[in-house]
Ligand binder design. Structure first.
Ligand code: FMN
Length: 194
């Protein structure tokens, strides 16, 4: 099978990482793959904030737990958000799985393709990481907390602009577990007209 298609099928979300940091060579290859993503109107306004400083990651983890703990669950709330709130209320919630690298993907507020463009960037990075045997997982918690003033106040000195919205995130690191088998897709339906 073609190597790209093999990599697409091999990619899995990794939720347990070794503490060892990626090499800069690997990191920049992954980031550059993100930069090569397509964007609406060739806007190229996605912005990646890469956090590798352990103290900053730990501080962010605590703030995320603190802010989710203040939130109330309501009927019909997105189930993954409910899980994050409940885990935070219990304590010890680690939204980025203690990965040594966390990438935040942001884009211009009010830009209609903000999430679509960042999703292309994130997927490119996940595939590049897989091809290098590096684990990755989409991390959505900072997107949910995008309008939270405590989180924004923390991220702005790290490079997030006031004019940017957080579209998603990515944990990166060497996987702690053995390679996971491809997860069979039963959804994502296809309708053929021919
Ligand atoms: C938009 C989006 C948001 C996601 N958010 C999270 C998340 O916050 N935490 C997490 O552990 N996984 C997250 N995931 C990963 C999915 O849970 C995962 O892709 C799905 O269960 C399929 O498993 P696979 O990636 O191993 O094939 C997200 C994926 C997408 C596309």
């Amino acid at each position: 099978m073609n190597e790209v298609i093999q990599t697409i099928k091999k990619r899995r979300s990794v939720r347990k990482y070794k503490s060892e940091q990626l090499s800069d060579h690997e990191l920049y290859a992954i980031l550059e793959s993100g930069q090569y993503a397509p964007s609406g109107g060739n806007n190229q306004t996605s912005h990646l904030i890469v956090i590798q400083k352990e103290e900053i990651l730990k501080e962010l983890k605590d703030l995320v737990e603190q802010e989710f703990s203040k939130m109330e669950v309501y009927e019909g709330m997105y189930k993954s958000l409910v899980a994050s709130i409940n885990a935070s209320k219990r304590g010890g919630y680690d939204f980025y799985y203690n990965a040594p690298t966390l990438v935040i993907a942001a884009n211009r507020k009010g830009y209609g393709n903000a999430i679509a463009d960042c999703s292309c960037v994130l997927e490119n990075m996940m595939l590049a990481a897989t091809s290098l045997n590096i684990g990755s997982c989409w991390i959505n918690q900072l997107h949910w907390l995008d309008e939270n003033p405590v989180i924004r106040q923390f991220l702005i000195p790290l490079g997030l602009s006031e004019e940017e919205t957080i579209c998603g995130g990515l944990a990166l690191g060497y996987p702690e577990l053995r390679e996971q088998t491809s997860l069979k897709r039963t959804g994502n339906s296809i309708t053929m007209v021919r």
